[in-house]
Design a protein around this ligand. Structure first.
Ligand SMILES: [Fe+2]
Length: 169
């Protein structure tokens, strides 16, 4: 029978697989994006993603685990959705809106990964790991909020969604 620590290991590996999908996906999203604000946000998150991968590798090394058999089915599903976005010929603003909507689903999956891992690490009394997961969860949350800001705009800037919805009042 597998125990809670093995569940933790599986979750770490799943997060690792997920981040590796994201690291391959973000350069494609960067190329497809039109808004300079969106491009900057994607570039920043790509850097964070690379750091998050290193964090997960450090954790796996410390618990004497490898990255073998690391898979993340939910992220694989999202990657399929990305292929649909790429195949669809949207106008440039609508394409940005679609990219943001897609990336927010990605962020929410990652927030779920790190939220779970943070609480598992707390129960396993692994505070150093708990802090690393907290840091990654914070970065994912910030990235998500930044995407909402780009989509919805501010007092001084029109958001991507309003630009895309040209017939909106
Ligand atoms: Fe991430």
């Amino acid at each position: 029978m597998k125990d809670f620590f093995e569940l933790f290991i599986n979750e770490v590996k799943e997060a690792y697989a997920s981040e590796n999908h994201v690291a391959k996906l973000l350069p494609k999203a960067l190329k497809a994006a039109n808004s300079p604000h969106l491009k900057t946000a994607i570039q920043e998150h790509l850097k964070q993603t690379e750091e998050q991968i290193v964090r997960l590798e450090r954790i796996l090394t410390e618990i004497k685990e490898t990255t073998a058999k690391a898979i993340c089915r939910p992220m694989e599903g999202l990657i399929e959705e990305w292929k649909n976005i790429q195949k669809t010929h949207y106008d440039s603003d609508t394409q940005d809106a679609a990219i943001i909507g897609f990336l927010q689903k990605v962020e929410h999956l990652e927030i779920a990964h790190y939220g779970t891992l943070r609480t598992y690490a707390k129960h396993l009394k692994l505070p150093a790991f708990e802090n690393l997961f907290k840091e990654s969860a914070r970065e994912e949350g910030d990235a998500d909020r930044k995407l909402t800001d780009i989509a919805e705009g501010s007092l001084f800037r029109t958001g991507v969604n309003a630009k895309a919805c040209k017939k909106c009042a």
